[in-house]
Design a protein around this ligand. Structure first.
Ligand code: NCD
Length: 429
């Protein structure tokens, strides 16, 4: 089986490549990249005017399987990923039961082979049941294929356990991914603590809760010389702490979401539960610091924190609604509209942060277009104007703060191992 992608602007940060060329795919692998390629018996895809990049890697996705399939499952979540241009996603362990044992890691990987239409990687829990009392089967889970360890969804405030978890996970060359929010400080807060929360009379989650947790995480990673990754960074204090830690040589990496890069707590004034997320949408000074941190390399990657919930769960009063919303199908459009079309980031920088960097943090063979690699590819129309319509989403999570927004730029085709899984915006497998 051969496929020739002709005349696209190929961007591969892994090889520092950025030029108009052709890609020949044979038997699911990238076999040649160059100008004026041709081959006998080949399907040709005209990519003129389009961008061809390594498929996006989302290192922060809630697939909700096992146990929470009313919110999402592997089939619906991977379809949403394909629609958004993602070819590899890593799923978080806050499911029912929690993914805290090797058998659950193997189970998800097994089901993903049958049900998933993009590559699925598994992140195992740090503590049993994510209860913060004793460590999970970290070693066994990694040996069964887990690529990272995390109690995402909650902060692990027990310093002793976090220290041991870091040391143990690091022995296997994997990062601990930290959801860094001091639990006692965030308390029952439902949005960013500041002028808007005061005006709305809502209990806030102070940014200092994130700063304190990130500081603790970095201190323990530095002390134990372990790999640490900070999930969904949202405070300017956290950005500065990570920047200084990197300067000292601490093995810390970080991610930021499209929503934290483009929205502020002003969005909560609508009381729309689609704006409720943890950590919360913060004020514009925090957003500016996140953009600066992503630009200068303090923050390595963009990750969606795709956190779908059933419609009726979110269709309640703001205080009662669970935090989180769907992110896979809007991520690229939001990033291109907010970061590229405003001149803040180049396409090359965006692809580096959405494909190459997350693959490298997870230590997986993805995020590049080297000869011999699986042809996991996204084809992008950077100028396509489209209106977000959550009713047409593949994900079961129909809430998004970007609903009805007009975005510029979209993935128009996604290939996994050389096969189209999405074409012209439609999942085709
Ligand atoms: C996530 C979820 O729903 O699992 N919610 C969220 O608001 N981000 C948990 C998380 O990633 O923190």
């Amino acid at each position: 089986m051969k496929l020739l992608l002709k005349g696209g602007n190929i961007i591969d940060p892994a090889q520092n490549f950025n030029q108009i060329a052709d890609i020949l795919i044979e038997n699911g692998l990238i076999s040649q990249i160059g100008e004026n390629l041709s081959a006998a018996g080949v399907e040709v895809f005209d990519a003129r005017g389009l961008v061809i990049a390594p498929g996006f890697v989302d290192m922060h996705v809630h697939l909700r399987e096992p146990g929470l399939e009313a919110k999402e499952d592997i089939a619906s979540g991977t379809k949403a990923a394909a629609a958004g241009g993602f070819t590899t996603i890593a799923c978080m362990p806050n499911t029912k039961p929690t993914v805290d044992q090797a058998i659950l890691v193997s189970g998800i990987l097994h089901r993903a082979q049958a049900e998933g239409i993009v590559n699925v990687k598994v992140i195992g829990a740090l503590s049993k049941g994510q209860q913060g009392k004793e460590l999970a089967e970290i070693g066994d889970m990694i040996l069964s294929g887990a690529v990272a360890i995390s109690d995402d969804g909650s902060s692990l405030d027990n310093n002793r356990l976090f220290k041991t978890g870091l040391e143990y996970t690091s022995m296997f060359g994997c990062p601990v991914i930290s959801h860094a929010e001091d639990e006692l400080l965030v308390d029952e807060g439902v949005m960013h603590e500041g002028a808007v929360s005061a005006m709305l009379g809502m209990k806030g989650r102070p940014s200092v809760a994130e700063d304190i947790a990130v500081n603790r995480d970095i201190m323990l990673a530095e002390y134990t010389n372990s790999f640490l990754h900070i999930a969904h960074v949202s405070s300017k204090g956290a950005v500065e702490l990570i920047r200084q830690a990197k300067k000292r040589g601490v093995k810390v990496t970080a991610e930021v979401t499209p929503h934290h890069l483009t929205l502020t707590d002003e969005a909560v004034k609508t009381f729309n539960t689609a704006t409720k997320v943890n950590p919360p949408l913060r004020s514009s000074d925090h957003v500016a610091a996140l953009l600066e941190g992503l630009k200068d390399g303090t923050i390595d990657a963009i990750a969606t924190d795709h956190a779908p919930h059933a419609f009726e769960e979110k269709d309640v009063e703001f205080k009662q609604a669970p935090p989180g919303f769907a992110g896979l199908e809007t991520a690229l459009g939001v990033v291109l509209t907010g970061l590229y079309h405003t001149g803040k980031f180049t396409l090359f920088e965006i692809v580096q942060r959405m494909s190459t960097a997350p693959a490298s943090i997870l230590g997986i063979e993805a995020g590049g277009l080297k000869i011999g690699m699986p042809a996991d590819i996204v084809i992008i129309d950077t100028d396509l104007d489209w209106t977000v319509d959550s009713t047409t989403f593949y994900t079961k999570g129909k809430h998004t703060p970007f609903d009805k927004k007009i975005l510029k730029g979209k993935a128009i085709a996604t290939l996994v191992s050389g096969k189209f899984v999405m074409r012209e915006g439609k999942v085709c497998i």
